[in-house]
Design a protein around this ligand. Structure first.
Ligand SMILES: Cc1cc2nc3c(=O)[nH]c(=O)nc-3n(C[C@H](O)[C@H](O)[C@H](O)COP(=O)(O)OP(=O)(O)OC[C@H]3O[C@@H](n4cnc5c(N)ncnc54)[C@H](O)[C@@H]3O)c2cc1C
Length: 317
């Protein structure tokens, strides 16, 4: 079987889990696509997962209320062994990157990291991944009874829910004692949708002019249309926005239904993080800006004139 470890936040399955289901199906590897849901009181997450996979294994225990690399790795390795998984897919999130090497060690398996494509070539599993800050795409292959893979977020299209849910089974886990626990959390207050989850993203580039203008134009439009907010590296380097909003080669890879770029030139390093968006809309005063080569819709003009008018339109809808 192909085992996928579910990622979720705030009681909802993350888009990255649906993306891993696509990676699993595109790989052409045999056996049922199985999602492992680990946590405490995760029935609703398991129900969501069941709409995506052939089967769902649920490890529900109070000790799993908090993510922990050691318990997640032990549970994943145990289930992979018991289910004779030949492929284990883990999200390329911070936690996924933390516990996946432990799973690989426990299973004595090769680890393919941050893959952007996955396919079966006979007995081997072939993947592509970016290297040298995404200037190079390399192809790697692993041939082993079981291979652990982390999947880069925002690359694969999320799988759509099926008409019928897959079967769910509870699993008994033998877990190690928890040695590291989170003792405090301060969460950035934002009512805005997270970049990786957003269907629509409004991104501002240097062309918006200033940090104040970014808030007025980019956040102003995003809030009117319920979009996530992104930024180019030029904007992050200028200190106008946090790195967590950077889209591109050295930032996040996103694939929303609509990507609205305001005052963004369209440098190749930016395009590599958003080029797979379904629709790209660009507003730039330079008709020769490279962003127009990838845009589905483009407006040549000044963001200071166009965006306030757009915000006003959206407000009066
Ligand atoms: C190794 C490496 C990694 C990198 N990683 C990333 C990355 O992850 N993400 C990223 O974004 N970049 C990255 N970069 C930087 C990238 O090369 C560009 O420098 C950057 O994307 C440019 O950002 P920008 O489009 O905001 O600014 P600029 O290139 O300066 O473009 C500003 C645009 O705004 C337009 N404009 C100006 N005023 C207005 C106005 N009033 N109305 C409308 N349009 C206007 C201009 O015509 C111009 O096209 C990386 C570079 C390197 C070398």
């Amino acid at each position: 079987m192909i085992l996928i470890v579910a990622e979720y936040t705030n009681g909802k399955l993350s888009k990255s889990t649906a993306e891993m289901v696509t990676a699993a199906r595109e790989s052409g590897r045999e056996g049922p696509v199985t999602i492992l849901v680990l946590g405490s009181n995760v029935a609703s997450i398991a129900n969501e997962a069941a709409m995506l996979a052939d089967q769902v294994l649920v490890g529900d225990a109070p000790v799993l209320a908090q993510y922990n690399a050691e318990t997640w790795a032990a549970a994943t390795a145990q289930i992979a062994q018991e289910g004779e998984a030949h492929t284990v897919l883990i999200g390329g999130s911070r936690s996924g990157r933390e516990f996946s090497p432990r799973v690989a060690v426990k299973l004595d398996a090769p680890l393919l990291e941050d893959v952007i494509s996955l396919k079966s070539t006979g007995a081997a599993l072939q993947a592509q991944r970016y290297t040298y800050l995404a200037r190079v795409t390399e192809t790697v292959e692993a041939e082993a009874p079981v291979t652990v893979v982390t999947v880069k977020i925002g690359i694969f299209a999320p799988a759509a829910p099926a008409a019928q849910p897959g079967e769910q089974y509870d699993v008994e886990l033998e877990l190690p004692a928890v040695r590291v626990s989170v003792t405090g959390k301060s969460v950035e207050k934002s009512s805005r949708v997270a970049l990786a989850e957003a269907d629509v993203i409004v991104t501002g580039g240097r062309g918006v002019g200033s940090s104040e203008n970014f808030s007025k134009l980019v956040e102003g439009l995003a809030d009117q249309i319920g979009a996530g907010v992104g930024a180019t590296r030029a904007v992050v380097d200028a200190g106008w926005r946090p790195y967590s909003e950077q889209v591109g080669q050295t930032g996040k890879t996103v694939q929303p239904k609509a990507y609205i770029a305001l005052g963004v030139s369209g440098a190749v390093q930016h395009l590599s993080g958003m080029g797979k968006s379904k629709y790209i809309v660009a507003i730039n005063k330079d008709a020769d800006a490279p962003i127009f080569k990838v845009a589905d819709y483009g407006i040549v003009g000044d963001v200071n004139e166009i965006i306030p008018a757009l915000i006003e339109q959206a407000r009066n809808r």
